[in-house]
Structure formats: C-alpha cells, structure tokens
Design a protein around this ligand. Structure first.
Ligand SMILES: CC(C)(COP(=O)(O)OP(=O)(O)OC[C@H]1O[C@@H](n2cnc3c(N)ncnc32)[C@H](O)[C@@H]1OP(=O)(O)O)[C@@H](O)C(=O)NCCC(=O)NCCS
Length: 342
C-alpha cells in the first residue's frame, strides 16, 4: 500500500470535500483539550453541518490558525454583520477561546467511540453533563482537579491502611468470602486490555506469541487467572510456560500480578498465587518462577508468605545486573519448587 502524507490544509480540504458530498469520516483524537468529555485516543465520527445549524454545546471540527484542525465545543453563537460567529472552547482549557466563522467549520462530532463504548457528545447524560460543565466553567476544570486531588489523597490513606496487618485481618473477614477466582476466557479480553494497557491473550492454555517480557515470537502456553468481588474485576495474574532450557525465562513463570488498589489486603494476591500453584501442579510443573522489584514490599512479602525464595538463573542474572547498571530498579528472581504428584 502506498502511504501519502498530507499537510493539515490538504487534510482539511479532503475532509471538506467528503462532507460536501454528504459523506462522513472518522479520526483519532490527539491531546487533552476536550478532557474529560473527549479523551486522547478516542475515535471521533464527523458528520456534515452548516455552521448556522450548530447549537451551543455541540462539538465541532474547525480549521484554526495555521490550518490546524481542532474539535472544540461551541460555547456561544452570535450574528455579526449577517454572519454567524461561533465561540469555540476546549472543555479542559477554560481560558482558551477562539472565534470561528462558517468557512472555518468542517463538521459536527456526531459520535465518540471509546473502546467498545459509543458516546453521543450532545445527547443523553454526556450532553447534559457537558451543558452543566459549561455553566460551571471556569469552576468545572477546577472541580475536577479537586476531585483528582481528593482521590489521590484517599488512595494514600487506603495504602497506609493496607500496610497494617490488623486492617488486612479485618477486611479479609468482611470481604474475603465474596472473592471468586477463575481462569479468564476470551470474553475477558477487553477488560484485561483496559487494565493492563495492552492486548492479553485470555484463552486458557492458549498459545501466545507476544507478551511484556521481551520474549516476542516465542511460543508459550499461558493461563490468565482472574479474581472478582461480586460482579467487579479485582485482580489478575498470568501463568506462562516457556520451553525449558531456552531463552532467559525457562519453565513456568508468574507475570503481571495486579490487584486493584481498592481490593488490596483482602487476600486476593494470595488467592491468585494459590490458584496459579494449583494450575501449575495440575500441569505437572516442578517449579514456578517470577520477577519482582526488590523494594516491592507487599509483593515480596506476598510471595515469601506463599513459599517463594530468592533464586538465580544463569543468563537472566546478567540481564538483571545490566538493568541496574543502566539506572533501572533492581528486579530479583523468586521461585518455588512444587511437589510432583506420583
Ligand atoms: C502485591 C499485591 C499483588 C498484593 O496483593 P494483595 O491482594 O493486596 O495481597 P493479600 O491481601 O493477598 O496479602 C497477602 C500477603 O501479602 C503481604 N502484603 C500485602 N499487602 C501488603 C502491604 N501493604 N504491606 C506489606 N505486606 C503486604 C502480606 O504478607 C500479606 O499477608 P498477611 O496479610 O497475612 O500479612 C498488590 O499489592 C498489588 O497488586 N500491587 C501492585 C502490583 C504489584 O506490585 N505486583 C507484584 C509484582 S509483579
């Protein structure tokens, strides 16, 4: 396929032509000026519209200074010398307004696609929230900052609590019985992708060719283990079987252990490790390994409690030393020998 690189003005011309013929087009949003309503990476679907038909609250694509294409919200609409003049502003940037005349307007953002979610920016709850947001402005962005700050503060307090053994005992009694464990299925793929930020193969015993540990293109067998509390996802880990005596990761490995902050201390990490060890035993594994940052106290404590010990693997040790020489944090190998059932 031939790749064509277009300038902003040429793209605008192309888009204008498509819209003039009654067509629609979509593109990926870059930047955060429309946060929280449109996020970086969202797919925006544009439909043709006359500038005069745009309403306050609509999100429109227009050609800004220097031919830049911008999707911002219409915050006011006026008639000057028989011409519609729109005031456009990003939701996140309360101080930044720009005027747009009809010849600058290309179209209206009809639909926003975020993962599997479809959002109409001008209708339903998002539309109502956006109008409220505009009324609140400039307090809106400030409010979001305050909520974020509050969340961060709340997170800090929660983590301090979770580091207390007495809290862990208490919360286990309260919530422990509601936790369920299972091997992930393909239906969990989207959720796992959201949590980990990359594609996860979630077929039990599936062969995957790529994962996060730099061993691309080697076939490995993997199990993704999931914990839920009620209907909610709470944590996951991967168990991966690599060919023995090959590469830096011989044998069976735990990777990507993660429990969502809210659910830490309940015993979910322990439950996932226990399930992983059971799966390993059922697959006749003699040993399970993992890598962990040396100073990750909760993680190291968890694995020690489950019987893992510091280990050394020829070749991988050199790689970990090299990471430290390159200024990265020290990772250590921990492993546990399993009893092979006769
Ligand atoms: C590490 C992690 C998986 C632990 O999961 P968890 O569900 O909170 O842990 P559990 O409730 O099962 O606790 C099991 C044991 O881990 C240790 N532990 C858990 N949280 C701890 C904490 N905050 N401080 C010290 N030790 C802790 C304890 O030994 C605990 O046993 P105990 O309560 O009987 O003392 C979780 O904190 C996490 O997801 N962290 C971020 C990702 C990560 O670091 N992953 C591990 C490296 S790959």
């Amino acid at each position: 396929m031939r790749e064509i690189i277009l300038k902003q003005a040429e793209i605008a011309e192309l888009f204008a032509d498509i819209l003039a013929r009654g067509g629609t087009f979509s593109f990926r949003a870059h930047g955060s000026s429309m946060s929280p309503f449109i996020r970086n990476g969202d797919i925006l679907f544009i439909e043709p519209v006359e500038a005069a038909a745009l309403k306050v609250g609509d999100v429109a694509l227009f050609q800004s200074i220097g031919d830049r294409l911008i999707a911002h919200r219409v915050v006011s609409k006026n008639i000057k010398r028989n011409r519609v003049v729109l005031t456009m502003r990003g939701d996140a940037v309360s101080a930044f307004c720009e005027l747009a005349t009809p010849d600058q307007v290309l179209g209206r953002i009809a639909v926003v696609r975020r993962g599997s979610k479809i959002i109409r920016p001008d209708r339903g709850i998002p539309g109502l929230a956006a109008r409220l947001w505009m009324r609140l402005s400039p307090a809106g962005p400030l409010l979001i900052q305050l909520i974020r700050f509050g969340k961060r503060g709340g997170g800090c307090v929660l983590r301090r609590l979770q580091s207390l053994k007495s809290y862990r005992i208490f919360i286990r009694k309260m919530v422990g019985k509601k936790v369920r464990y299972r091997i992930a299925t393909t239906e969990d793929s989207i959720l796992l992708e959201k949590i980990y930020g990359h594609t996860i193969s979630s077929n039990p015993g599936n062969l995957v060719e790529k994962h996060a540990c730099g061993t691309e293109n080697k076939k490995v067998q993997s199990f993704t283990l999931i914990a839920t509390v009620g209907q909610k996802f709470a944590g996951a880990t991967f168990l991966m079987q690599f060919p023995e005596n090959q590469g830096h990761f011989p044998g069976l490995w735990f990777f990507g252990m993660r429990v969502l902050t809210l659910y830490r201390g309940i015993g979910i990490g322990e439950g996932l490790v226990r399930m992983g060890l059971k799966t390993a035993s059922e697959n006749s594994a003699a040993k399970v390994n993992l890598l962990i940052f040396e100073h990750n106290k909760p993680g190291v404590n968890l694995y020690r409690k489950m019987g893992f010990q510091s280990d050394s693997i020829h070749g991988l040790d050199d790689l970990l030393d090299k990471e430290v020489r390159q200024g990265e944090r020290r990772r250590i190998i921990m492993s546990k020998h399993l009893l092979i059932k006769a």
